[in-house]
Design a protein around this ligand. Structure first.
Ligand code: ACO
Length: 284
């Protein structure tokens, strides 16, 4: 499928979605919401995509909702405004959050307003130190609407959420790490390499175990203790079925045979090295 507002590329197990409206600082217009919905649906079932990275073309990651094509142009079309709002909230707030594969936000530049929900919906987030973040809504007399207030409540400490939400002051990548909004900030020149290294590392781990890790974390947040324990037991049995008990037989089994140390490396990584060494020994 080809897109007007996105670029999509899948390589070495990593799918990269690039918002591609650089002239409009990758602001999310209605078309972009429709296309993100379709792209995520496509990648959900693409076996070549083990990890999804989201980034932006040009100087912006994403300048938030399109203030013209969404807020202004749809003002007199309430049904269409509602349809696009639902799409916008759904792909960031639910589809990304519960996506069955790991997701990484690669924040290359401006990241404003509604883009906070993309960052929060992704599992991991790495930014350029030079990136500019901001809850700019207050500066044009709005508040962090749609799913943004919920994203702030999910991820930020109360003082930071209200500080940036009420003052609308911009901040950089290093500050975004300091307040726990993202994982890492690196110089822009290193952003792609660093993010791809993380994405490839994720692509090398067991996909079922990764999904269980996400599910366990995200659903437990919403549950009381007893339900969370019950859910966790059920997930463990689901994993046994999905992997044919590989976490016990191979994962733990090979550790007990002294073949690798899970504290330092993953099972598949250790086996790749072992296979390479054995091929070299046998001239393969
Ligand atoms: N919606 C629609 N168009 C936008 C948006 C946006 N959110 N952001 C930028 N653009 C457009 C501008 O209108 C301009 O279009 P034009 O060339 O047709 O006039 C183009 O992108 C470039 O914008 P500039 O302001 O010239 O670019 P600059 O690099 O100087 O500044 C910045 C970028 C800081 C992102 C600035 O455009 C800005 O403040 N944008 C608004 C950001 C914002 O408040 N987002 C929150 C939206 S609310 C929400 O998401 C819930």
């Amino acid at each position: 499928m080809s897109f007007e507002t996105l670029l999509l590329d899948v390589q070495d197990g990593v799918a990269t979605i690039t918002f591609n409206r650089p002239d409009k600082r990758n602001a999310m217009n209605p078309r972009l919401h429709e296309e993100m919905t379709a792209a995520l649906e496509q990648l959900r079932y693409d076996p070549a995509a083990r990890v999804v990275v989201i980034t932006g073309a040009g100087p912006a990651f994403c300048a938030g909702m399109d203030l013209k094509e969404f807020f202004t142009a749809l003002k007199s079309k309430p049904a269409e405004y509602d349809r696009i709002t639902r799409l916008a909230v759904e792909w960031r707030g639910r589809t990304l959050r519960y996506f069955p594969k790991p997701t990484v936000a690669m924040i290359n530049g401006f990241c404003f307003g509604g883009a906070f929900s993309i960052v929060e919906g992704c599992d991991l987030a790495i930014a350029a130190e030079e990136a500019t973040f901001g809850l700019s809504e207050i500066n044009f007399k709005l508040f962090p609407g749609g799913s943004v207030s919920k994203s702030l409540a999910n991820l930020l400490r109360p003082r930071d959420a209200l500080w940036y939400g009420m003052l609308g002051r911009p901040f950089d990548g290093k500050k975004a790490v300091e307040i726990g909004f993202i994982n890492e900030a690196v110089p822009l020149t290193k952003l792609r390499d660093e993010t791809m290294a993380v994405a490839r590392e994720l692509a090398g781990k067991d996909p079922f175990a990764l999904k269980a890790t996400k599910d366990g974390y995200r659903h437990s947040l919403e549950m009381p203790w007893d339900s969370a324990m019950n859910y966790s037991s059920a997930k463990e049995m689901e994993l046994v079925l999905q992997q044919n008990d590989a976490w016990r037989t191979e994962g733990i089994g090979d550790f007990l045979k002294g073949k690798y140390r899970p504290g330092f490396e993953s099972h598949d990584q250790a086996h790749k090295v072992e296979r390479r060494t054995s091929r070299a020994r046998h001239g393969g």
